[in-house]
Write a protein that binds this ligand. Structure first.
Ligand code: SOE
Length: 382
């Protein structure tokens, strides 16, 4: 694993747990974790159960005891690490968004496709597909339970930037993060919308805004960032919020909102799908529940009803706790590790593949282009 902050910790938990809960065809071994700060990465190795630590990701890739490289770094290093790992014959898991630019994502996808011919597997980490409730929603859409889709409506609301004094971290600099709430949160809801609908957006119309254009620099970061002013602030070079609409080939309409300024909303990824036969609704802050309205029932007793997604027949639940005991955010990473191990053992390209990650990157680029042109409908390149 390269990177050991929030995502590194979450993925580590997934790798540690997957083989203890699910029967896997291969056993994940946590061989080596990498980060630039020797002391900090050793502490991360000890905490998260990695057998050793490296400070140079090239040294990690060169090791014979590494078969799979899990990339948990900021977006600016995804392409370089993934390309080197694929060239060295390793399988790759890469955190979302796949890259910072369409060009990088294209290079990564070509390399992954060439590597697949040599038996290597590459996957991008859109973990919210792997919640039992969203996986069940996908299953119900595919079974036709809500019929032809009309509306696909997703919002992803957080509030950790609402305070203008909140510092200028790497997530607020384009050269490191690629984009702001768009790549961080919008990428998730674009992937989820397309996963649930079973089709890909053909074009978008967008608005983006940066509400707070300068932010204080924490001392330790000042050295690492360009554009530092004498007043100790630096420029925010990414979007703070992105709103966009889109079209699906079936004729369904989609709407999206991604922001880190929705005060009171901590991790509110909400979705609603309306079809001609019914609707589905989900809120990540209540992630064991999926709400279903069956519009074919008589109006007198029809209505949204709660499906508590904890039954053994629900996706991923066969190996977990008895009904009603519930799962959490971290389980998505366990399921991600499980699905990837199966794909490696079976030699098949897993979903979401790098090609899926590239397609999301193209949607993000179209959103930025549309926003620059005052919401002009912008087709998504195929
Ligand atoms: C921060 O906004 C963040 O951690 C995202 O980077 C993750 O992808 C999302 O799952 C939760 O919020």
């Amino acid at each position: 694993m390269v990177g050991y902050a929030f995502m590194g910790a979450a993925h580590s938990q997934g790798w540690r747990t997957a083989g203890r809960v699910f029967d896997l065809p291969l056993r994940p071994e946590l061989s080596v974790i990498c980060g630039r700060d020797a002391q900090a990465v050793q502490a991360a190795a000890d905490r998260h159960g990695w057998a050793s630590a490296e400070t140079d990701w090239r040294a990690l890739i060169a090791r014979d005891d590494v078969d799979l490289v899990d990339i948990c770094t900021p977006g600016d290093s995804h392409a370089e690490i993934a390309l080197a790992a694929l060239a060295a014959g390793k399988h790759v898991l890469c955190e979302k968004p796949l890259a910072n630019t369409v060009e990088e994502a294209e290079a990564m996808t070509s390399a992954a496709e060439a590597a697949h011919a040599r038996g290597q597997i590459a996957m991008v980490g859109f973990n919210y597909r792997r919640l039992p409730a969203t996986a069940l929603a996908r299953r119900m859409v595919a079974e036709g339970r809500i019929g032809t889709l009309r509306h696909v409506r997703l919002t992803y609301l957080q509030d950790w930037l609402a305070d203008p004094q909140s510092p200028l971290t790497w997530r607020l600099r384009k050269e490191q993060a690629g984009s702001g709430s768009l790549g961080d949160l919008g990428a998730h809801i674009v992937d989820l919308a397309q996963f649930l609908a079973g089709e890909q957006l053909t074009g978008v119309s967008a608005l983006t805004e940066t509400f707070v254009r300068r932010r204080p620099l924490p001392g330790a970061q000042a050295g690492g960032l360009s554009a530092v002013a004498a007043d100790g602030t630096g420029e925010v070079t990414v979007d703070d919020a992105a709103l966009f609409t889109g079209r699906f080939p079936s004729g369904a309409l989609a709407s999206f909102e991604a922001t880190r300024y929705a005060t009171g909303r901590k991790n509110a990824l909400r979705l609603e799908l309306n079809g001609e036969r019914g609707s589905l609704s989900f809120d990540l802050e209540r992630l064991n529940e999926l709400w279903y309205h069956d519009a074919t029932e008589p109006d007198e007793h029809a209505g949204f009803r709660r499906i508590l997604v904890t039954e053994p027949g629900h996706p991923y639940l066969e190996a977990w706790w008895p009904p009603g005991h519930g799962l959490g955010y971290e389980h998505t990473f366990v399921h991600q590790a499980r699905d990837l191990v199966h794909a490696v053992a079976e030699g098949r390209t897993p979903e979401p593949s790098f090609a899926d990650g590239l397609q999301v990157q193209r949607v993000l680029a179209a959103v930025e282009e549309s926003a620059e042109k005052n919401s002009v409908f912008t087709p998504i390149a195929v």
